[in-house]
Design a protein around this ligand. Structure first.
Ligand SMILES: CC(C)(COP(=O)(O)OP(=O)(O)OC[C@H]1O[C@@H](n2cnc3c(N)ncnc32)[C@H](O)[C@@H]1OP(=O)(O)O)[C@@H](O)C(=O)NCCC(=O)NCCS
Length: 243
């Protein structure tokens, strides 16, 4: 299923099964059989339908969302081969660690709330009628070293603008990984019909402001004294990229 598509259901059981997996990130087949108010035969039919419609995928009895967000890319950099690919539920811990590593610098406030949201919801990808988010991760030798995340509003009037965040752990910076992630997120947003992405940065985060400026982002607005960081008021710079 594409992330811009609203899920629709042919039966209440189908909806229940999908929503359970969506909320939990992954779910075992036997647990779903328990929560679905149908016989085991009907359950099998409903599940097959969700899989054939491209809503869910199954691996060894574990179900997860089957959002089609693209391919796995490999890039040679000075820190070795970097893989950029869609984030999966299996990346949960690595992703939270990477976001925590980046936000410990206290210069990227928006990403702090994303880490909290992930931990609260315990799922990487979300796709329902209210909210949708996709992650791409950068890995080096299997370790998550960076991410980009797009928060996709499902409300009609803002459906063409998405919030994008990006971060790379300290040891892997200045090797082009942030640029690869940023571009992957932008390419995805453009291919999926978004006309603008935005990102908000504390004015004191010079590196991020320069990075976004170098990649064609523009300042849309400044909110005065929006953050309190270490007891100091700090302005927020709202930056955007238009396709
Ligand atoms: C901002 C951030 C994501 C950049 O990540 P990064 O991996 O260092 O980004 P890149 O390596 O692609 O680019 C950084 C600089 O390295 C240099 N660089 C890029 N490719 C390079 C390469 N192959 N070899 C050496 N240097 C390179 C560039 O000069 C670039 O400078 P620029 O910002 O003027 O374009 C990272 O510093 C970060 O996570 N910061 C904290 C989180 C944050 O503030 N995020 C805000 C989102 S913008």
């Amino acid at each position: 299923m594409r992330a811009t598509e609203h899920p629709t259901f042919e039966s209440e059981a189908s909806k229940l099964i999908y929503e359970y997996v969506e909320r939990h990130g992954t779910a075992k087949r036997n647990v779903l059989l328990d929560i679905a108010p149908v016989s085991s035969d009907e359950f099998g039919t409903e599940l097959d339908r969700l899989k054939s419609r491209g809503y869910l995928e199954e691996d060894g009895g574990t179900l997860q969302l089957a959002l089609d967000v693209g391919a796995i890319e490999e890039h040679q950099t000075d820190v070795g081969v970097v893989t950029i690919r869609p984030g999966r539920q299996q990346d949960f811990e690595g992703l939270v660690d990477a976001i925590r590593d980046v936000t410990s610098e206290k210069t990227y406030v928006i990403a702090e709330s994303i880490a909290e949201q992930l931990l609260y919801e315990e799922t990487v990808t979300r796709h329902n009628r209210v909210a949708s988010r996709v992650f791409f991760v950068a890995t080096v030798e299997g370790e998550v070293v960076g991410w980009t995340h797009l928060d996709l509003p499902q409300v009609e009037k803002v459906r063409e603008t998405a919030q994008q965040t990006v971060g790379v752990t300290d040891d892997f910076r200045d090797s082009g990984i942030g640029s690869l992630l940023l571009q992957r997120g932008l390419d995805w947003a453009e291919a999926n019909g978004f006309r603008k992405v935005y990102n908000s940065i504390p004015m004191t985060n010079d590196r991020a402001l320069e990075f976004l400026g170098d990649h064609g982002w523009e300042t849309e607005a400044i909110r005065r004294e929006h953050y309190t960081i270490d007891g100091e008021f700090v302005d927020e710079v709202m930056m955007a990229y238009r396709f």
